[in-house]
Design a binder for this molecule. Structure first.
Ligand SMILES: O=P(O)(O)OC[C@H]1O[C@](O)(CO)[C@@H](O)[C@@H]1O
Length: 430
């Protein structure tokens, strides 16, 4: 994996080479703090140890009873679904086992998915660190009933990944369900390279060991200088640009197999760094599609954005047939991948031409090693950014208010947050 930050030097907003030097001094101090946290396996910092602490053999043996199913249905939300979805999305070409994710409680979507699944050949992978997340438990109860209605013994097809206590741990113990522990000290959004993010891929027969190896290669680059570590460099430069007004970061991968990666990055970046009035808003984008959409804003809107362009150096290609279509004959003989790469480079240059800061990230391929590198580097970037910004990277207190309000609205207890919902200021237009 490599990072090219040439297009953030002297852009607007931008940084200078002198800024980079000063930033590097701060990275060295932050790195020492991070290493202390990793050494002590402190909450959050422990996530950066996962490439050397996760036990893929343990994951595979826990899943032994399920063999190779036709489909895996992961029920979880946030970091308990997005890491697994990112890995399955990136490596879908490695497996014939379908991966589906229920990480919302939209009844029409859930009904359509359950109608489409071969429930008797589907492993239900229920993931929740706390075991109290309303969406996850609600979806589990609905899926379990659908399995029972279909005459499927859900206890034979359900796998649980959870903490040492709580509803899901009790369920696993009561029904002797195969299960794995969520590792200590790893917040959900940092858990992709753990049992949480790897179990689904293991059920699909994906090369989870390769994912961990890729992550390990980026872990081995962590050092006191941003010039050694693409992850640290990305986090430090994104922080410096945010300090200079780039309050949005458009994550724009040029690969359909990285679309979930952008969604996973959005949680990691927003939930970790959006604290005390600080943070940088992750915008999920996709190349080349968003060249016909959001690029207008990125290139000609407010000078308040960083655009992150991600692509694999290699991809399987499809030749575009020769054509005499008016003005399009140049496409003949090229490949779709050639076109996508040309558009990547054109977008990068079009932003630079307007002095709009953008960073290029390249992996050799969207394969096990590549996705492991990419996810680990972004986690390291997040931790570095959080250290430089001085925020509490590994907590998420702001999400609790809404949870209490929703629970109160459903009669799950007396919460002043639910009362506040009733006090909504109204000004309606019909
Ligand atoms: O794994 P759990 O406990 O169900 O939490 C799911 C998600 O909800 C959050 O705790 C936020 O509510 C995320 O940080 C987490 O990834």
């Amino acid at each position: 994996m490599y990072l090219d930050i040439g297009n953030v030097l002297n852009t607007s907003p931008g940084i200078t080479e002198q800024t980079l030097d000063r930033l590097d001094d701060r990275v060295a101090i932050a790195h020492d703090r991070i290493e202390e946290g990793r050494e002590a396996e402190e909450h959050g910092y422990a996530a950066l140890n996962l490439p050397q602490t996760v036990d893929t053999d343990e994951i595979r043996s826990a899943l032994e009873p399920f063999g190779t199913p036709e489909a895996v249905l992961t029920v979880g939300i946030g970091g308990s679904a997005l890491g697994a979805a990112t890995i399955s999305d990136a490596l879908a070409d490695q497996t014939d086992v379908e991966a589906h994710f229920l990480d919302n409680v939209d009844p029409e979507d859930t009904a359509a998915l359950l109608d489409s699944l071969p429930l008797d050949e589907t492993v239900l992978n229920v993931v929740s660190r706390s075991g109290t997340t309303a969406e996850t438990l609600a979806n589990f109860l609905v899926v379990r009933e659908a399995m029972e209605d279909a005459g499927v013994d859900w206890t034979e097809q359900t796998f649980v990944t959870t903490g040492d206590e709580g509803n899901l741990r009790n369920l696993a113990d009561k029904h002797d369900l195969p299960s794995l522990r969520v590792p200590d000290g790893v917040p959900g959004r940092f858990s992709a390279l753990s049992t949480v993010g790897l179990a689904c891929g293991a059920l699909q027969g994906i090369d989870i060991e390769g994912v961990v190896e890729g992550a390990r290669s980026e872990m081995d680059k962590l050092s006191g200088s941003l010039e050694d570590s693409p992850g640290y460099a990305y986090g430090a430069v994104a922080y410096a640009l945010a300090e200079r007004g780039a309050l949005t970061n458009a994550m724009m991968p040029y690969a359909e197999s990285l679309e979930y990666f952008a969604e996973w990055f959005a949680q990691l970046w927003a939930e970790s760094l959006g604290k005390e009035g600080l943070g940088q808003t992750p915008a999920r984008a996709l190349g080349a599609t968003d060249q016909h959409s959001q690029l207008q804003l990125y290139r000609a809107g407010p000078r308040d954005k960083l655009v992150t362009l991600v692509r694999p150096r290699e991809r399987e290609d499809i030749d575009i047939p020769e054509t005499d279509l008016e003005g399009l004959s140049y496409l003949g003989g090229a490949g779709l991948g050639d076109l996508l790469d040309a558009e990547f480079e054109a977008t990068e240059a079009s932003l630079a031409a307007e002095d709009r800061p953008n960073i290029r990230i390249e992996v050799d391929a969207v394969d096990a090693h590549g996705i492991g590198e990419l996810m680990y580097a972004m986690e390291a970037a997040t931790v570095m950014y959080g250290e430089l910004a001085g925020v509490s990277t590994f907590t998420q207190p702001a999400v609790e208010w809404g949870k209490k309000a929703a629970r109160g609205l459903l009669g799950g207890g007396e919460f002043e947050e639910a009362d506040a919902v009733a006090d909504k200021r109204e000004f309606t237009i019909e």
